[in-house]
Design a binder for this molecule. Structure first.
Ligand SMILES: O=P(O)(O)OC[C@@]1(O)O[C@H](CO)[C@@H](O)[C@@H]1O
Length: 406
């Protein structure tokens, strides 16, 4: 049997000065401060936030409270092995996920008191949804109305891709991120392979009702951020449904607030309301999506694994079966990319198809580059990026990719 080389090391946060270390040592304390200032929390919450702040920079990972509703799940996800160790010495992906779980505990999200179920990130998400930039982006839909369907499809795909820059956690530790111009061109672009997985029906042979053409084709869309990313994701979903490229879209969101701006079911509702109340063409998209929710062509799922600390190689059976049955699973964003390829120090030219071979069905990644993990670059692209930016291209959020494994 041929020897399979061992995969490269998993990323930890233990190297001072590195990007992952900065997230644990600086971004997490900043998130605690921001959340604390955004609500009139009581003394118990302030004390719990103080304790989390102390623990996450100087302390060790502590177990969940004995009565935690998801204690067993987190034990299955490795808590027993990591409890008592420094946040910096365990897989970075795991540390980050557990931080958000602990933050929700600290603010009483899972408790029985007054703060139960209150999203600590909601004020930031709403501010973004109401920002003039969001309205400007929606107004662009009016100019697309008269364009051919294929051109509209490509524009909406790019809208969804670049929407991934709208990540409130990222902007917290990189305040200039939004001002930096996006780099023209993608570092990898398999968008044609994506479209060939989702062919538009042949209009000549059709009944006139294009949406009837692909009744059985399901697209799974693993969403990332709420607001200015989720809206273009929903617009893309609406287009796929309306033009018969998909008969059904399953939108996977997080079951609870996570990574500051990650979308939850409540955020989907906010985004749909925003669309239906917008002027111009946007309202039509909103109305069609509303109807699609009602008749089951658009479903929202919030699986616990979506906010789990593990790579997708460890998908639970039910999700595995869902993705296996989909025409394609579209995986949005940086964190989901890390989970898809494994949060490891891959040489950038490692083939994307190789590292995602385990995925149960066709998969497409739409991501702006905001962390060090990368696969599937050509040697030429990597060399050009390094020549221009040393390693800054990996984390600056200015580059993007569409990678597909059919
Ligand atoms: O998944 P997203 O929203 O595109 O990005 C998440 C992110 O901002 O958070 C992580 C660091 O905390 C990185 O993976 C990335 O920079």
């Amino acid at each position: 049997m041929p020897d399979t080389p061992a995969p490269p090391p998993v990323i930890l946060g233990d190297e001072p000065g590195s990007f992952p270390h900065g997230v644990l040592a600086e971004r997490h304390p900043a998130i605690i401060r921001q959340v604390r200032d955004a609500f009139p929390y009581d003394r118990a919450v302030h004390r719990a936030l103080d304790a989390l702040l102390e623990s996450c920079v100087k302390g060790v990972i502590e177990p969940l409270p004995a009565d935690a509703h998801d204690g067993e799940r987190w034990r299955d996800w490795g808590l027993d092995a990591y409890a008592g160790r420094s946040w910096f010495d365990v897989p970075w992906l795991w540390s980050e996920s557990y931080f958000y779980r602990r933050l929700l505990d600290a603010v009483g999200y899972f408790g029985t008191g007054v703060w139960q179920g209150i999203d600590p990130f909601r004020p930031f998400k709403l501010a973004e949804l109401d920002a003039p930039e969001t309205d400007e982006e929606l107004a662009v839909l009016d100019t697309l109305e008269t364009r051919p369907a294929d051109e509209r499809a490509r524009a909406l795909l790019h809208g969804s891709l670049w929407g991934n820059r709208a990540d409130l956690g990222f902007r917290l530790s990189d305040a200039e991120a939004e001002q930096r111009d996006a780099a023209p061109g993608l570092v990898a672009d398999d968008s044609e392979a994506l479209w060939s997985l989702l062919p538009a029906p042949d209009r000549g042979a059709g009944t006139g009702d294009e949406s009837a053409a692909a009744p059985t084709r399901t697209v799974c869309l693993i969403a990332d951020n709420a607001g200015r990313e989720l809206i273009p994701d929903l617009l893309l979903a609406a287009h796929l449904l309306a033009h018969g490229r998909a008969g059904r879209v399953v939108l996977q969101v997080k079951p609870y607030p996570y990574y500051v701006s990650d979308a939850t079911p409540a955020d989907v509702v906010d985004a749909l309301r925003k669309l239906t109340r917008a002027p111009g063409a946007a309202a039509g998209y909103g109305r069609r999506l509303w109807e699609a929710m009602a008749d089951g062509r658009l479903t929202v799922r919030a699986h616990p694994f979506s906010a789990g600390p593990l790579p997708y190689a460890e998908l639970p059976d039910d999700l595995r079966a869902e993705f296996a049955a989909a025409a394609v699973t579209i995986v949005k964003g940086d964190l989901n990319y890390r989970r898809l390829v494994g949060d490891r120090r891959w040489p950038p030219t490692t083939p994307f198809a190789e590292v995602t071979a385990y995925f149960p069905g066709p998969v497409a990644a739409l991501r702006t580059l905001k962390s060090e993990v990368i696969t599937g670059l050509s040697a030429r692209t990597e060399a050009a990026l390094v020549a221009a930016e040393v390693q800054r291209w990996r984390t600056g959020g200015t580059h993007a990719l569409v990678q597909v494994r059919p």
